[in-house]
Design a protein around this ligand. Structure first.
Ligand SMILES: *[C@@H]1O[C@H](CO)[C@@H](O)[C@H](O)[C@H]1NC(C)=O
Ligand SMILES: *[C@@H]1O[C@H](CO)[C@@H](O)[C@H](O)[C@H]1NC(C)=O
Length: 175
C-alpha cells in the first residue's frame, strides 16, 4: 500500500527532524548549579539526545564551572584529568559522535551535592554500536535504510518507545 509506506516515511522524517540539532539547556530554567538540588540524572533521563544536538550549560562563572571527565572520574567526582574544562558561564557542547559524555562541576562539594550530568547519545535509529566512532566525518546518514538491527540491548528504552509509537501510528494510519 502506497499510503502506508508514505506514512512510514513521513514519520521517519518527523522523528529525524525532532532528533537533530536540538538545543538542550542543562537543568532547564534552573541551569547548572549545586543549589536547589536539581536532579540532573532525572533531567538527562527524560531527554533523547542525538548526534548534532547542542548541550548548553548556563551558570554563574564566579561560582561554577563545567568539566568533562571519564565515566570513572564522573562516578568519583574527580576532575583532575579532564577532557575539557569550560568556565565562561554560558558554554555549549555539540554532540559530534554517538557516545556517552560526562560532566561535573569541580568546585569543591558541588559534584558530590549532585552537580553532575551524563549525556548519552545513541547513533542513528538503528545503532550498531554506541561506542565512539573511529571516523567522525563518516557517520551514517539518517535516511530510511534497511534496519540492520545489531545488538539491541544498547538501545535505550526511549528509542524503543519512540519506534513503538511510530509503529502504532502506522497501524492506525492504515486502519
Ligand atoms: C583522579 O583521577 C586521576 C586520573 O584518572 C587519577 O590518577 C587519580 O588517582 C584520581 N584521584 C582520586 C582521588 O581518585
Ligand atoms: C548564552 O548564549 C546563547 C547563544 O550564544 C544566548 O542566546 C543566550 O542568551 C546566552 N545566555 C546568557 C545567560 O548569556
Amino acid at each position: 500500500m502506497a499510503s502506508n509506506s508514505a506514512m512510514s516515511l513521513l514519520l521517519m522524517f518527523a522523528f529525524v527532524g525532532v532528533c537533530m540539532g536540538d538545543v538542550y539547556k542543562v537543568g532547564d530554567s534552573a541551569g547548572w548549579t549545586a543549589d536547589g538540588h536539581v536532579n540532573y540524572k532525572k533531567w538527562s533521563a527524560t531527554k533523547f539526545f542525538c548526534v548534532g544536538d547542542i548541550i548548553v550549560f548556563e551558570y554563574n562563572k564566579e561560582y561554577d564551572n563545567v568539566v568533562r571527565v571519564t565515566h570513572k572520574n564522573f562516578n568519583a567526582c574527580n576532575g583532575t584529568a579532564p577532557y575539557a574544562t569550560y568556565a565562561t558561564g554560558n558554554d555549549s557542547f555539540t554532540i559530534k559522535n554517538p557516545g556517552h559524555y560526562y560532566f561535573i562541576s569541580t568546585v569543591p562539594g558541588h559534584c558530590r551535592a549532585g552537580q553532575k550530568v551524563d549525556i548519552r547519545a545513541p547513533g542513528s535509529l538503528s545503532p550498531p554500536d554506541v561506542g565512539p566512532s573511529p571516523t567522525p566525518s563518516e557517520w551514517p546518514s539518517p535516511a530510511p535504510s534497511p534496519t540492520k538491527s545489531g545488538s539491541s540491548h544498547h538501545s535505550t528504552t526511549k528509542l524503543w518507545l519512540s519506534m513503538g509509537v511510530a509503529l502504532l501510528l502506522c497501524v492506525f494510519g492504515i486502519a
